[in-house]
Write a protein that binds this ligand. Structure first.
Ligand code: DGT
Ligand code: CA
Ligand code: CA
Ligand code: ZN
Length: 575
């Protein structure tokens, strides 16, 4: 599908317009269109062919023309025009923490900076600190931001790698002689970022399969090509090349190879030790006692021979699974999720109405959904004033009365302000069925630390969930400097849940923090923070993250039926 390319083109227009000081309203509308297209499940080319582009939210006649132009020519006039006026390295400066559009424009105009290398140069020479609007602290933040990007570079977010890997697996499945294909490696384990994609297939004509794998239009570079192994790169939407490794194995060692190449390396080392203790040998070809093959065709038989359950891939990190093999029995499963407790609507910065979000949730089989739009201080996200929120509450209640088969809860995502107070008075919060409190600004440098702000928010009897507790954006923004031990303890003591935000750019809490929260006795909530109906589908990334933290159904609020959710919410108010 061309959707991702098109979404990127619109995003780039928005970036470049913002740098050139373009109208904020137009910039936002380009961003919204980018997100709409990125979230579509249908091919945009089909929608265009049916003449239905203007049915998409936020897409008017002008935008539809631009989409059509892109589908026809692979580019958009507005984009070409903006690009011809600016150095190519400029938009990437926007991804540096501490560099907003105004700052990018300033360094470009005043110091002739055209990319990251230039920026590093003017930081070192001291020119940047002398530029009005910058100063020592701001320059230090930018320098830290560059260092952060450089160290997090080279890895691709799970949410970007996953669709690419699936497409490549499907391609391999179509090669002559291939019997079955599996995705292995860190991707199968659901790690938040992926170094490279590992594919495995069963076939007896290895050389031919590998040749077909490396000789394809999508392949950017061929790194290796042999009888049983091929390695290539393909282009990825984050403008990095992503490496794809393929191994071809025979049926009798398919399970052993899948186990071996799923890893992790640490997990495999532990497993091999268990084999060696029994005087056996375990490798990618099978489990052997001398020359006798004990197992190898399936993963299950290998684990069973070693007296272990076949650990779900998410657990295979040697982070406690060998000590607690029983945890596989009641591990949280996607099908356990009964509702989404954090979604946005057009009332703030979402793209669908309350009713559309509720119906989409119902279509997923959910029993409830909580509408949590932004509060007034999140002005960029069109946060609701107290008055607008009062009307919004009525609107949500009206949809709740109208729809059958799904409960629509009144919620909000209230900002935790710089001093730790909340952005709505208790009178409003009391009206809500559920309150999520999040930090969106002042992540660094506020007088009150993010830990103290979060703990203060938890003290409010109406706050039920802390949204995206560390505020990180993978590859873009480091987590806030929070004391996680204090947060999980505070959550457990106050009866406040911690969110596992399922957006793949967030995954916040992350896996190890999930475990930390469970060990402290804190409740979890796996939520999508969806801004569109399509966004609800990202719940799987959150469930994967929860599983990596060995979360069971009982640890997760929205794995409970509505009655018990309400009971739990009431528990804090009644204290
Ligand atoms: P990545 O690609 O950095 O996100 O992480 P992985 O886990 O996908 O690592 P990768 O692609 O280097 O290798 C795939 C799997 O192959 C890895 O998870 C376990 C296995 N493997 C690779 N090298 C070794 C090794 O030296 N020893 C053992 N026991 N297993 C290995
Ligand atoms: Ca890998
Ligand atoms: Ca690999
Ligand atoms: Zn938020």
């Amino acid at each position: 599908m061309i959707n991702a390319d098109l979404a990127r083109a619109f995003e780039r227009i928005a970036d470049l317009m913002e740098i050139t000081g373009g109208d904020r309203f137009r910039v936002n509308s380009y961003r919204r269109v980018s997100r709409t297209i990125g979230d579509l499940t249908d091919d945009i080319a089909d929608i265009a062919a049916r003449g239905k582009l203007t049915d998409l939210p936020g897409v008017g006649k002008g935008t539809a023309d631009r989409i059509a132009q892109f589908l026809e020519t692979g580019t958009i006039d507005v984009l070409d025009d903006l690009e011809s006026r600016l150095p190519v390295g400029l938009p990437e400066l926007l991804s540096i923490p501490g560099m907003g559009p105004k700052k990018v424009a300033a360094v470009h105009e005043k110091l002739g900076v055209g990319g990251t290398d230039d920026l590093k140069r003017v930081i070192e020479s001291g020119e940047l600190a002398n530029l009005p609007g910058f100063g020592e602290t701001s320059v230090k933040r930018i320098a830290d931001g560059i260092a952060f990007l450089e160290t997090s570079g080279g890895r691709t977010a799970l949410g970007i790698a996953q669709p690419l890997a699936e497409a490549q697996a499907e391609r391999v499945a179509g090669i002559r002689g291939v019997k079955r294909v599996a995705v292995a490696g860190s991707l199968r384990r659901g790690a938040e970022t992926i170094g490279d994609v590992d594919l495995l297939c069963e076939a007896s004509n290895g050389r031919e399969v590998v040749e077909a794998f490396v000789n394809a239009a999508v392949v950017k570079r061929v790194l290796a090509s042999g009888d049983t192994k091929g390695s290539v790169t393909v282009e990825s939407p984050d403008r990095r090349e992503l490496q794809i490794d393929l191994r071809v194995v025979p049926a009798e060692s398919y399970g052993a190879a899948l186990q071996y190449f799923t890893g992790s390396k640490e997990h495999n080392v532990r497993l091999r030790e268990l084999a060696v203790n029994r005087k056996w040998r375990l490798n990618e070809y099978g489990l052997f006692d001398g020359e006798t093959r004990l197992a190898g065709a399936t993963e299950e038989e290998i684990y069973a021979r070693l007296g272990l359950p076949c650990f779900p891939p998410e657990l295979r990190e040697d982070r406690g699974e060998f000590e607690d093999p029983g945890c596989v029995d009641d591990l949280l499963d996607l099908s356990d999720i009964r509702g989404d407790l954090h979604v946005h609507t057009i009332a703030s910065d979402g793209m669908a109405t309350i009713e559309e979000m509720a119906k989409a949730a119902k279509a997923l089989g959910y029993k409830y959904i909580a509408i949590c739009d932004h509060s007034k201080s999140s002005a960029i996200a069109n946060g609701l004033s107290t008055e607008r929120m009062e009307r919004h509450i009525e609107d949500i209640r009206a949809v709740e009365r109208k729809l059958k088969g799904i409960a629509v809860l009144v919620g909000c995502e209230v900002d935790i302000l710089s001093d730790g107070s909340l952005d709505y008075p208790d009178d409003i919060l009391r009206e809500c069925d559920l309150v999520t409190a999040s930090i969106h600004f002042g992540m660094q440098g506020a007088k009150t630390s993010p830990t103290r702000r979060t703990l203060a928010a938890m003290e409010n009897p109406y706050v039920n969930i802390i949204g995206h507790p560390t505020g990180r954006l993978l590859g873009q923004r480091p987590p806030m400097d929070v004391d996680m031990a204090a947060i999980v303890k505070g959550a457990a003591e106050s009866g406040t849940a911690l969110e596992i935000n399922a957006a793949w750019a967030r995954l916040d809490l992350k896996d190890i923090h999930v475990r930390q929260a469970i060990d402290a006795g804190a409740m979890l909530a796996v939520c999508t923070d969806a801004h569109s109906t399509g966004g609800l589908a990202t719940i799987g990334y959150g469930v994967t993250t929860a599983r990596r933290g060995r979360a069971a159904k009982r640890h997760v609020l929205n794995a409970r039926p509505l009655g018990r959710v309400r009971q739990w919410l009431a528990g804090k108010r009644d204290r």
